[in-house]
Design a binder for this molecule. Structure first.
Ligand code: FES
Length: 162
């Protein structure tokens, strides 16, 4: 018999969601509803969660882009990389790294600045000026936050903060 918990992805160091480490596990979804290569949005209270069955295993993160909070569940999963539908940011769930910075530019999690860019399949647009430009440049792409997961009796169970 195989251990379903072998399907889980280790959480990157220091990236457990606030309040989740000591919370109780609660069932969130059936394992059968999250086949390999798929993502699933589940809402609990005011938390929108994204269950990801990536190449590195199953993990649960917020269903909010770490850039400007768009629902990643509307994006695409390719291997371990989730692509956001809003500004083309691409994020690796296996280590929380930024694979492609959002088109708007801005700050990474360490405060490094990244300039805006135009995808090759899009016509260049005039960049905003003044306050809007300042807001874009000062918007920080945060690190992903993870909720501890286990699999019990075919259910995906997650520690959710209260
Ligand atoms: S909101 Fe996701 S890349 Fe901007």
């Amino acid at each position: 018999m195989t251990d379903s918990n072998a399907l889980l992805m280790p959480i990157p160091d220091g990236l457990v969601a606030t309040g989740a480490a000591t919370a109780d596990f609660e069932p969130l979804a059936d394992l059968a509803d999250l086949p390999s290569g798929r993502m699933l949005r589940v809402t609990r209270g005011d938390l929108d969660l994204l269950l990801v069955n990536s190449e590195s295993g199953i993990c649960v993160i917020d269903d909010r882009c770490p850039h400007m909070a768009a629902p990643l569940s509307l994006g695409m999963l390719d291997g371990c990389v989730v692509a956001c539908p809003l500004h083309r940011g691409r994020f690796d769930v296996s280590d929380s790294s930024i694979v492609q910075f959002p088109t708007t530019g801005g700050l990474d999690a360490d405060g490094g600045y990244h300039a805006p860019w135009t995808p090759s399949d899009s016509a260049p647009k005039a960049e905003p000026t003044d306050l809007k430009a300042m807001a874009r440049a000062a918007t920080r792409v945060r690190r992903l936050r993870y909720y501890p997961v286990r699999i019990e009796g075919g259910k995906i169970e997650v520690r959710l903060p209260r």
